[in-house]
Design a protein. Structure first.
Ligand SMILES: *Cc1c(COP(=O)(O)O)cnc(C)c1O
Length: 376
């Protein structure tokens, strides 16, 4: 139940990838038949991804993952439009966006980090008030990876469009779970990652709307129409495209199934004393649950659940790597202690109703064991 961290690779994706390691291993830049086969697979994959996003194949650029797509979108746009040195983002972005903005700030760019309300939503009026004639880019995630809140990207895109400012969205968590048509969302740039959608790790996509002024960040042999140099990861790209194709075919049914499991989980878990749900009650990803338990340390909870066969995650300080509790949970108003006592359960394709029942069986006793310990 930690599918927001990563997913297994769908066996159909593995099957689609395999021939591109051994049989069709050519370099897509080569003129001979080996190269042409690889090139064909690359362009076929580009069409599949474009179709899923409602974009044209010329607007699809393959990268090494969500992190690189976010870096390319933000740095690429800011480097290319030097007269505009102001970026607007939110304080609950993924680190791939936040640290990129921090880096640009250190280099002299101005960054506005918008706050969010207690459900994790960005305010449209605050966003509009933050726009200046110097704003070059707004980057707001489509759905949050910790609390699952879905941001009003379409409405944000309407505002940025009226002001002639580019809008980038990190759709790594939302793609394949809710619709992500780039025209419906009013976005100019959009990031996705293979390994969050049952595809391989180390491959991603950046959608760049035709006409957007952007510079490459990685230079070299001019691959991806000069936007992202480096010999293309053909097996990875073929796998990502297969994962995209499957996600589009199965999204509606699978998301409905996940919503039912999610809601059963939420209802059951909230029966535990002194617990609550973090994130938005309705504008939330079909697979995301995020709870806090008073007087429980998240790290201990994760380890005990792991011992009982449940993989989950927490926003506690120990697990964050930075020594601080989750910036997302503290941004929606939780105290460091409450953020430390959080539990994220993110459902996926392999989870069944029996899994949900099992968690509802073991979680209450685990929480109460930990509370007894902490009382001592
Ligand atoms: C996982 C994730 C990323 C990073 O993607 P990688 O492919 O792991 O680099 C970026 N943004 C969000 C919201 C994510 O969940």
């Amino acid at each position: 139940m930690d599918h927001a961290a990563t997913t297994y690779v769908d066996p159909r994706v593995v099957q689609a990838m395999l021939p591109y390691f051994t049989e069709y291993f050519g370099n897509a830049s080569s003129l001979h038949s080996f190269g042409r086969e690889a090139k064909e697979a690359l362009e076929n994959s580009r069409e599949i991804v474009a179709k899923a996003l409602g974009a044209s194949p010329d607007e699809i650029f393959f990268t090494s993952g969500g992190t690189e797509s976010d870096n390319l979108a933000i740095k690429g746009v800011m480097y290319a439009n030097r007269s505009k040195n102001h970026i607007i983002t939110s304080i609950i972005e993924h680190h791939a966006v936040l640290e990129t903005c921090n880096n640009l700030q250190e280099m002299g760019f101005n960054v506005t980090y918008l706050p969010v309300d207690r459900h994790g939503l960005v305010s449209l009026s605050q966003l509009e008030d933050s726009l200046t004639e110097k704003t070059g880019l707004v980057t707001i995630m489509h759905a949050n990876n910790e609390i699952g809140t879905i941001e009003p990207i379409k409405e944000i895109g309407k505002i940025t469009g009226e002001h002639g400012v580019y809008l980038h969205t990190d759709a790594v968590q939302s793609f394949g779970k809710i619709p992500t048509n780039v025209d419906d969302l009013n976005v100019d740039l959009l990031s996705i990652s293979g390994h969050k959608i049952y595809g391989p790790k180390g491959v991603g996509v950046l959608y760049i709307r035709e006409g957007v002024k952007i510079e490459p960040v990685q230079h070299g042999g001019g691959h991806e129409r000069g936007m992202r140099s480096g010999t293309e990861n053909v097996p990875g790209i073929v796998g990502l495209a297969k994962a995209v194709e499957i996600s589009q075919a199965e999204m509606k049914k699978e998301s409905e199934r996940l919503v039912n499991l999610r809601d059963k989980l939420i209802e059951g878990v909230l029966e535990i004393d002194d617990s609550w749900l973090n994130g938005h009650p309705s504008r939330r990803l079909p697979n995301n649950c995020n709870f806090s338990f008073e007087r429980v340390e998240g790290e201990s909870l994760i380890l005990r659940l792991d011992a009982k066969g449940v993989a989950a995650s927490t926003g506690s300080a120990c697990s964050s790597g930075s020594g601080a509790p989750s910036h997302v949970l503290t941004s929606i108003g939780l105290t460091p202690e409450q953020a430390n006592g959080s539990l994220r359960l993110t459902l996926g394709k392999c989870n069944t109703e029996e899994d949900v029942d099992y968690v509802l069986e073991v979680l209450p006793e685990t929480v109460s064991e930990l509370r007894k310990l902490s009382a001592v």
